[in-house]
Ligand binder design. Structure first.
Ligand SMILES: Nc1ncnc2c1ncn2[C@@H]1O[C@H](COP(=O)(O)OP(=O)(O)O)[C@@H](O)[C@H]1O
Ligand SMILES: [Mg+2]
Length: 259
């Protein structure tokens, strides 16, 4: 069994027009230390999948097992980074991160917790902004705080739901580069949800394409055969990049929603 195993996950929502099955039997396996991406059109059911793995909502059928334990609700071993800023606006960058550090390390001395907090802030290159509040930061900086906070939980798996989608293209690229570097240093198990094929290839070891739904399922995982460490420059010229891209685009095209 994989480190994180998702088996036959089904979820329907009640709507004005009756029940709509959003997920129609999702299977997913992630190894420890692996970076997996899920790509799909908007409205496919990606956030629904993340919410299920996070334990924020319950499935109608199927199971989720993380490190041998079934997921039955939210828990600190699953960190989440949302698309929209989820920071506390009245707290500084330092205090937003410290809140998470303190929550998972209640028994450790204050000095040690402070060191952990400062380390995480440095990891996302925000040391000079540690005293600022979210409103004083750019969108990219805010999402980096969210990443630091997600990592502060020392989760078994970090779930990232389109973390950079709301950012402009240049900021988004810079955030991807930060994440690439951070993952290289930490090797946290990650599931990144994205609608950006190139983002998925740059960052992930394996990519699951998602059908549009209703009744969305994941296609067979596509291996990204690019060596690490990776750098954005020239990456798109690599045959392995083009091969992965073609496989994902072919799957998404073949499974397009018929309007
Ligand atoms: N709480 C809900 N109640 C009813 N329908 C929902 C709910 N959440 C999501 N949906 C519907 O389920 C589908 C998938 O949504 P979502 O998981 O947010 O997709 P994605 O994240 O891929 O854009 C959409 O059609 C959306 O409108
Ligand atoms: Mg979504």
């Amino acid at each position: 069994m994989a480190y994180l195993e998702v088996l036959g996950l089904r979820k329907a929502y009640a709507t004005a027009r009756g029940r709509t099955e959003v997920l129609g039997g999702v299977d997913l396996a992630v190894d420890e230390g692996e970076f997996v991406a899920v790509v799909g059109y908007s409205g496919s059911g990606k956030t629904t999948l993340v919410s299920l793995v996070a334990g924020l909502i319950a499935p109608d059928a199927g199971e989720i097992v993380l490190d041998g334990a079934p997921v039955t609700g939210p828990g600190p071993e699953r960190g989440i980074v949302f698309q929209q800023y989820s920071l506390l606006p009245w707290l500084s960058v330092h205090d937003n991160v410290a809140l998470a550090v303190d929550a998972v390390n209640p028994g450790r001395p204050a000095r040690e917790r402070r060191r952990l907090t400062e380390e995480l802030i440095a990891l996302v290159n925000l040391t000079p902004a540690a005293g600022k509040r979210p409103a004083q930061l750019s969108g990219g900086m805010r999402q980096r705080v969210a990443v630091a906070r997600g990592l502060a939980m020392q989760p078994k798996v970090l779930l990232m739901d389109e973390p950079f989608s709301a950012l402009d293209a240049l900021t988004r690229a810079s955030c991807q580069d930060h994440l690439l570097r951070i993952w290289g240093e930490r090797r946290t198990t990650v599931i990144l949800i994205t609608n950006d094929v190139d983002e998925a290839i740059l960052l992930a070891d394996r990519i699951y394409p998602m059908t549009p739904g209703p009744g969305a399922v994941l296609g067979p995982a596509i291996e990204v055969g690019l060596p690490r460490p990776r750098a954005r420059r020239h990456l798109s010229l690599e045959p392995a990049y083009q091969k992965a891209r073609q496989a994902i685009v072919d799957f998404l095209r073949a499974n397009r929603r018929v309007a």
